[in-house]
Design a protein around this ligand. Structure first.
Ligand code: HEM
Length: 405
């Protein structure tokens, strides 16, 4: 037998082929550790194409915001325990910094009970944030960025539940392997126990890495290509990263848990579904023509002079009026058990990163709350905001810019 192609597939074929040719007796021998396995006994384990991939933890910005989105991201909010002050928060950040550095490098943290689970980093990133109430609770009130406040109520659309809202601290834990994410979550929440308790965990997913080419825009569970019109290059950097005070190099996250009413959405035809957004379902291209990454032409009119993209279309309302409204969207799907009354519970963990929530996010959200037809099939059930801490250099502790300010 010759191995004609490199990589996992051919190696696996070789292993399977060897066992089949050698027959049952040899297989039994191999299972009992007998040395008489014959000349085709495997020497190398199959390759794991992405398991060893590492994303740098230290740098000007935390990883997990503009680094490529992994297959799985869990958002974990925690509340500080009573009496935890600035020095308690510093101890927690010291612990987390060491844990995260080891975990993202594929090494077990110091008190890891399941060290083997840490051996597959699979592009693990852990991104740490702080919520608006943390500042008052730790005597840091004067340092709360002005626009870091829970969003105002959007009574026409919101059906918010406390169990998916708020939080003093955020761990955004992402990797291409969900076991890696689960293990990191366990280690980091356990090490935080004397300082903070978990408030909620929201588990999001996209396509498995390798199912579609790297860089493919995600689809949400309404089947839409979601993320096409995100800013890129300098526009993205400007939109995302703060240049203000201790937050310079950090950003702000708006996380909205948006349940889909799939039962009703599925009753409307494809053409109407495309009008609701302004983009095609098959490839995400604008309904006004062009390719996926092209902007929807909001000025296009049909032969009767009517706007091709209706006033209620999502992209018409969501489109930034100018650069000051740009945001980076990086959502994940969720699909949980039905609610106790039997309601389907799947949707979008909508995550937007902006340097300033008031200036960039709120004008867009207000327009959508008032005019977006998509609201008929989408229900915000959770809402939280966090300042994502700036990145750190060698020897520095996460949050030092805030804690030492
Ligand atoms: C309710 C659940 C939502 C769904 C299912 C959804 C889906 C989509 C889809 C399919 C697109 C077109 C493709 C793209 O450019 O990414 C889009 C565009 C966009 N969405 Fe949403 N979205 C939702 C909520 C929101 C919210 C809450 C905001 C912000 C407040 C938002 C802001 C935007 C922006 C800024 C664009 C790009 C518009 C453009 O410049 O063309 N979306 N969304």
């Amino acid at each position: 037998m010759t191995e004609t192609a490199g990589g996992t597939f051919s190696r696996r074929r070789l292993l399977l082929g060897g066992a089949a040719v050698a027959g049952g007796a040899t297989l039994a021998g191999a299972l009992t550790g007998c040395a008489a396995a014959g000349p085709t006994a495997p020497e190398a384990a199959p390759e794991a194409p992405y398991g060893d991939d590492v994303v740098a933890f230290r740098g000007r910005h935390q990883a997990g915001v503009t680094t490529p989105p992994p297959a799985h991201t869990w958002f974990v909010a925690l509340d500080l325990r009573d009496g935890v002050d600035r020095s308690g928060l510093t101890r927690l950040m010291t612990l987390w910094t060491d844990d995260i550095e080891r975990l993202t490098g594929g090494r077990a943290p110091l008190a890891d009970q399941e060290r083997e689970l840490a051996a597959v980093p699979a592009s693990l990133t852990v991104t740490v944030g702080v919520g608006p109430d943390l500042f008052g609770r730790t005597g840091l009130d004067a340092l709360r960025p002005a626009s870091l406040a829970q969003l105002p109520a959007f009574d026409a659309i919101d059906r918010l539940e406390q169990r998916w809202s708020g939080g003093d601290l955020l761990l955004q834990i992402g990797a291409d392997d969900v076991v890696t994410v689960s293990h990191a979550t366990r280690v980091l929440t356990r090490d935080a126990r004397s300082f903070a308790e978990v408030r909620w965990v929201q588990r999001g997913f996209g396509r498995a890495r390798g199912s579609v080419p790297d860089g493919t825009t995600a689809r949400n569970l309404l089947g839409q290509v979601d993320g096409s019109a995100n800013p890129v290059g300098d526009a993205r950097e400007q939109a995302v990263w703060s240049a203000e005070g201790w937050l310079a190099g950090g950003t702000m996250l708006v996380l909205r848990r948006i349940r889909f009413d799939r039962d009703h959405w599925e009753q409307i035809g494809r053409a109407d579904r495309e009008l609701v957004i302004g983009r095609r379902l098959d490839d995400g291209a604008p309904i006004t023509g062009g390719a996926e990454k092209d902007a929807v032409d909001l000025s296009a009119v049909d032969e009767n002079g009517l706007e091709v993209v209706p006033s209620f279309a999502h992209v018409r309302q969501a489109r930034a009026r100018d650069a000051s409204e740009l945001m980076l969207r990086r959502g994940y799907s969720y699909d949980d058990s039905p609610t106790p009354d039997g309601t389907d519970d799947a949707g979008l963990l909508f995550a937007a990163y902006v340097a300033d929530i008031e200036r960039q996010f709120l004008p867009v959200q207000r327009r959508l709350a008032d005019n977006d037809l998509l609201n008929r099939w989408t229900i915000p059930v959770g809402s939280a905001v966090f300042a994502i801490l700036p990145g750190i250099g060698d020897g520095q502790i996460l949050g030092h810019q805030l804690l030492d300010a």
